[in-house]
Write a protein that binds this ligand. Structure first.
Ligand code: NAD
Length: 244
C-alpha cells in the first residue's frame, strides 16, 4: 500500500536535489519509479537502493522518443529538469536565453508529447511540472531568463490541463522557494563568499531557513496521487513564505 501504489512514474532530473527526493518519496509510497537524468554516476546511487534508473537527456527529442517507446504507458510524469542562470536582461546572452528555454520549458513539451499518448490510452494520468516562485508568483532580482522560463512553464501547464481535463489527465505546476540542493550549493560557492551568499539566500526566506528537497517531494507525491484528484492546471506554491 501507499499513496502511489500501483502507479508507474517517470521523473526527469532525478539524480540529485528535488528530483531525487521525489524518486525516493514516490518509491516509498509504492510507485514503480523510473528515475532519469544525464548524470549516470549519481543515478547509480538510486539503482543501488532498488529504484529503476535510465539515462535520459531531456534536450534530445530522439532520446525521449526512444525512452517512451521502451517504457510504455505511465501514470505519472514529473518534469523536474531545470537550470538557474543569474543575471538581468542586459546580462543575458541569446545563448543563455535559448538554453534556459530549451531545458526549463521545451523539455516539458518533449516529455509530455512523448508520454501523454500512453496516459490517454490508460485513461488518465498526472503530470507535474517544475516551475518556481520566480516568474509568476513574484519577481526575483537577477533571475531574468530563469523567471521568464519558469513563467512559461505555467502557461504550458494550464494549456495541457484544459485540453485534457475531460480525459482523466491532470497537469499541475510546483513553485518552490529556495531549496537546499547541490546546484544551490554551487550557486552559493560561485558568489565568492559562501557564508555571506548562504545568509542572503536564508534572509529572503521569511521562515528563516531554506526548504528541503523532501518538503518539495511531499507536494509532488500529493499531486501524483489520487488524493489531489480535484486539482488541475494550478501553481502549487511551497516557498516558506518567500512570495508572501
Ligand atoms: P539540481 O539543480 O541540483 O539538479 C539538477 C539535475 O538536473 C542534475 O541531476 C542534472 O544532472 C540534471 N540535468 C541537467 N541537465 C539535464 C538534461 N539535459 N537532461 C536530464 N537531466 C538534466 O536540483 P534542484 O536544485 O533540486 O532543481 C530541480 C528543479 O527544481 C529545477 O527545475 C529547478 O529550477 C527547480 N527549482 C529549484 C529550486 C531550488 O532552490 N533548488 C527552487 C525552485 C525551483
Amino acid at each position: 500500500s501507499g499513496l502511489l501504489a500501483g502507479k508507474r512514474a517517470v521523473i526527469t532530473a532525478a539524480a540529485q536535489g528535488i528530483g531525487r527526493a521525489a524518486a525516493e518519496a514516490f518509491s516509498r509510497e509504492g510507485a514503480s519509479v523510473i528515475a532519469t537524468d544525464v548524470n549516470e554516476d549519481k543515478l547509480a546511487e538510486l539503482a543501488a537502493v532498488g529504484i529503476e534508473v535510465a539515462k535520459l537527456d531531456v534536450l534530445s527529442e530522439a532520446a525521449i522518443a526512444d525512452f517512451a517507446a521502451r517504457t510504455g504507458p505511465v501514470d505519472v510524469l514529473f518534469n523536474c529538469a531545470g537550470f538557474v542562470h543569474a543575471g538581468t536582461i542586459l546580462e543575458t546572452s541569446e545563448k543563455d536565453y535559448d538554453f534556459a528555454f530549451d531545458l526549463n520549458v521545451k523539455s516539458m513539451f518533449r516529455m509530455i508529447r512523448a508520454l501523454l499518448p500512453g496516459m490517454l490510452e490508460k485513461g488518465g494520468g498526472s503530470i507535474i511540472n517544475m516551475s518556481s516562485v520566480a516568474g509568476v508568483p513574484m519577481g526575483v532580482p537577477n533571475r531574468f531568463v530563469y523567471s521568464a522560463s519558469k513563467a512559461a512553464v505555467i502557461g504550458l501547464t494550464k494549456s495541457v490541463a484544459i485540453d485534457y481535463i475531460g480525459k482523466g489527465i491532470r497537469c499541475n505546476a510546483i513553485a518552490p522557494g529556495t531549496v537546499q540542493s547541490p546546484s544551490l550549493e554551487e550557486r552559493m560557492r560561485a558568489q565568492g563568499n559562501y557564508e555571506e551568499a548562504r545568509a542572503a539566500f536564508i534572509a529572503r526566506q521569511p521562515m528563516g531557513r531554506l526548504g528541503t528537497p523532501e518538503e518539495i517531494a511531499a507536494l509532488a507525491v500529493y499531486l501524483a496521487s489520487d488524493a489531489s484528484a480535484y486539482t488541475t492546471g494550478h501553481v502549487h506554491v511551497v516557498d516558506g513564505g518567500m512570495s508572501l
